[in-house]
Design a protein around this ligand. Structure first.
Ligand code: GLC
Length: 549
């Protein structure tokens, strides 16, 4: 099904369009999307070539993970120049052409901004090291003397998210803080030059025409006064459950209030979405107060198991948390940091990092059902590249090809993120299945030929066509993404959910057994084929059906 959409509303300061309130935003992970020059690494020209695919898929916007100049210690989340494109991804002219083409196709463009840390190759940090202990540039990071008789112990007990201590000692004996890899020194946001620099970076990209930013580690910028010890030795388990002295400190909100003013100066409703891992949806809502950012990822939803009661609870809590601040809820099932949902749901309930393939057929059936549920909810939804193909995580990558820095820092929580970053299959044959004319930086399983865009296009039972149909229906029924509530239908059997949206009903079965229910209207779309007989229909095991009512 080919859709043609109007270009985004011409930049105007007039009536707000609120385009982002119900937008479906597709995450492109540039190194793994499409490779235009055959070097095995995706690039901006590759993205540009495939924009018509995204337009036809029916998404509203594209968010690109970082493509800036970077030594790639953390796949580009270690930025050495925020205003330059890494040569492996192309040039600023390529970025300009990509943004223009996207706009011509009616797609908006969101780029990543990485303000919590720079690369250790960023000019400031290099000078801070080279100029020695007295360098004023050290104030732009968190340099501290060590503890112990000779300063041989880290300044406090914080652990890196990627495992190991959050401090590294430089040759002259001082220590610096890095919540992630040692190549990602944390910036000191108390320093006015840091705030100024990022305001200027935002303007640079806004002037380039981007429609918004995804703010990396938005919850990390401000650290508790005095960098106090946490105590205990299981810090990674506390993450996400408690407010930590380095995450979700109230001071971060002042930064976003100043960013919002900049966004609002530009025409055309430029937005920002926070990557803020907070303990509760209520704390996430702080990031999207009317004078702060527009959206925040709903990681509580991402972490929810395939379980009707849990899903209903997180949907209710998310909608309730957003209501007082007037921000849209957001929904996300996969991204470049977690095991793809087709694999999470193929395994017994667990966290977001799963290392076994599990029951693939079951995982895909549930993933398709979960997607239809997500796309029927009010608010904005995020789709991670390849989920529209039903891709699983690649759980058997040989260790020698892995590149995720947290894999090498063994104790890290995220060590297996390469599994969701394997380049996309576009065609049924050819080197790297159409990803490029050469190989691919991570090996693709042979079975991916059958999951390629080419293999799935036109097959009405394919996951790709399910996404295309769902996104087309979402456009036809604007009521689907609009609003701020769902109307739960009473009397559904255990494990089954039914909720109404204007003119629409969604029925979800999270159990392993089909159930029979009275026909509520006209069947629009099914994640698993079903039968409607007379007044009753079968809601298959692990399925979602959409109805016009
Ligand atoms: C975010 C990114 C992740 C990266 C980390 C450090 O969580 O999504 O990929 O490793 O920040 O920048």
């Amino acid at each position: 099904m080919t859709q043609h959409f109007a270009a985004p509303t011409a930049p105007t300061t007039g009536t707000p369009t609120g385009w982002w309130r119900d937008a479906v935003i597709y995450q492109v992970y540039p190194r793994s999307f499409a490779d235009s020059n055959g070097d095995g690494m995706g690039d901006l020209e590759g993205v540009r070539d495939r924009l018509p695919y995204l337009r036809d898929l029916g998404v509203d916007a594209v968010w690109l993970s970082p493509f800036y100049a970077s030594p790639q210690a953390d796949a580009g989340y270690d930025v050495a120049d925020y205003r330059a494109i890494d040569p492996m991804f192309g040039t600023l002219l390529d970025a300009d052409a990509m943004i223009r083409d996207a706009h011509d196709l009616g797609l908006r463009v969101i780029v990543d901004v990485v303000p919590n840390h720079s690369s250790d190759q960023y000019a400031w940090f290099k000078r801070a090291i080279d100029d020695g202990p007295a360098s004023p540039l050290r104030d732009r990071y968190h340099f501290r003397p060590g503890k112990g008789e000779n300063g041989e112990l880290p300044p406090n007990d914080w652990e890196s998210i990627f495992g190991g201590p959050a401090w590294t000692r430089v040759a002259d004996g001082a220590w610096y803080l890095h919540l992630f890899a040692p190549e990602q020194p944390d910036l000191n946001w108390e320093h006015p030059a840091v705030a100024d620099e990022f305001r200027s970076i935002l303007r640079f990209w806004l002037d380039m025409g981007v429609d918004g930013f995804r703010v990396d580690v938005a919850h990390g910028l401000v650290k508790a006064e005095g960098l106090p010890d946490i105590g205990g030795n299981e810090q990674l388990k506390l993450l996400g459950n408690d407010v930590m002295p380095f995450f979700d400190q109230d001071g971060v909100h002042e930064i976003y209030r100043s960013w919002r003013k900049i966004l609002d100066e530009y025409p055309g409703e430029r937005i920002a979405v926070a990557e803020a891992w907070t303990p509760t949806v209520e704390r996430t809502a702080h990031y999207v107060r009317p004078d702060e950012l527009h959206q925040a990822f709903n990681f509580q939803y991402l972490g929810t198991h395939w379980d009707a009661a849990e899903l209903r609870a997180v949907i209710d809590a998310s909608l309730a948390a957003m209501l007082p601040v007037g921000a849209p809820a957001t929904w996300v099932l996969s991204n470049h940091d977690v095991t793809r949902h087709a694999t999470r749901f193929a395994n017994p309930p667990g966290g977001t990092q799963i290392r076994t393939a599990g029951d693939r057929e079951l995982g895909l059936r549930r993933a398709r059902a979960a997607t239809l549920l997500m796309l029927a909810l009010p608010g904005s939804a995020y789709v991670y590249q390849g989920e529209e193909l039903g891709l699983p995580d690649v759980t058997d990558l040989p260790d020698e090809v892995r590149q995720d820095p947290s894999f090498f820092r063994a104790a890290g929580q995220d060590g297996f993120r390469d599994g969701c970053r394997v380049p996309l299959p576009w065609t049924t044959d050819g080197p790297s299945y159409g990803f490029g004319s050469g190989g691919s930086w991570l090996p693709q399983p042979q079975s991916w030929a059958g999951l390629s865009v080419e293999a799935q296009t036109g097959d009405p039972g394919s996951t790709l066509e399910l996404y295309r149909s769902a996104l087309a229906l979402r456009r036809e029924h604007p009521g689907l993404g609009a609003g701020d509530s769902v109307d739960w239908q009473p009397g559904t059997p255990e494990g089954v959910l039914a909720f109404a949206r204007p003119g629409f009903l969604c029925t979800v079965n999270t159990t392993a057994a089909p159930v029979r229910l009275p026909v509520p209207g006209r069947l629009l779309l099914a994640s698993t084929a079903t039968t409607v007989e007379g007044d009753e229909f079968e809601l298959p095991a692990d399925s979602t059906l959409w109805w016009a009512v």
